[in-house]
Design a protein around this ligand. Structure first.
Ligand code: RP5
Length: 160
């Protein structure tokens, strides 16, 4: 596995599966786990502190509400951590977004958009990070982007 996709709860999966689907697009292997910052703090410490030794290159971490998971994972590993703010019921994910993006200086979390687009883009960004070292992944990303461009240019009339 090259990427770890973790989330605070099973209830985050409908959002986080979009990260997995994006990695599938590029043929990148990953593992998926529920790892909660507040319900399973010891598992969080173990998972993130052993991630690099287990061969992971990037961790995608999604959580909602008071979303400490990505920051706590980043505190335990020097691997790049991509945080996905899961949409919460009370505040529509604004709470998740601010919890994840406002990391104090010195420990970085790359924060994506709230919800499904953020999860998909976390998968894409993980692929781009891996693509810096792996030309075959880089080529797939270039093809993916070109296909998006072509689909717009080939159908320029929004009324059709
Ligand atoms: C967070 O609390 C999870 O990431 C999830 O987004 C939210 C709600 O969790 P559940 O109550 O659905 O398990 O820890």
């Amino acid at each position: 596995m090259k990427v770890g996709i973790i989330m605070g709860s099973k209830s985050d999966w409908p959002t986080m599966e979009h990260a997995a689907k994006m990695l599938d697009t590029f043929g990148i292997t990953y593992e998926t786990r529920v790892v909660s910052a507040h319900r399973t703090p010891q598992l969080l410490a173990e998972y993130s502190s052993t991630a690099a030794d287990r061969g992971l290159k990037v961790i995608i971490a999604g959580a909602g509400g008071a979303a400490h998971l990505p920051g706590m994972v980043a505190a335990h590993t020097s691997l790049p951590v991509l945080g996905v703010p899961v949409k919460s019921k009370a505040l529509n994910g604004i709470d998740s977004l601010l919890s994840i993006c406002q990391m104090p200086k010195g420990v970085a979390v790359g924060t994506l958009a709230i919800g499904e687009p953020g999860a998909a883009n976390a998968g894409l960004l993980a692929a781009q990070i891996l693509g810096c070292q792996q030309p075959e992944i880089f080529a797939k990303i270039e093809a993916f982007r070109q296909a998006q461009t072509d689909s717009v240019l080939l159908n320029p009339d929004p009324a059709i």
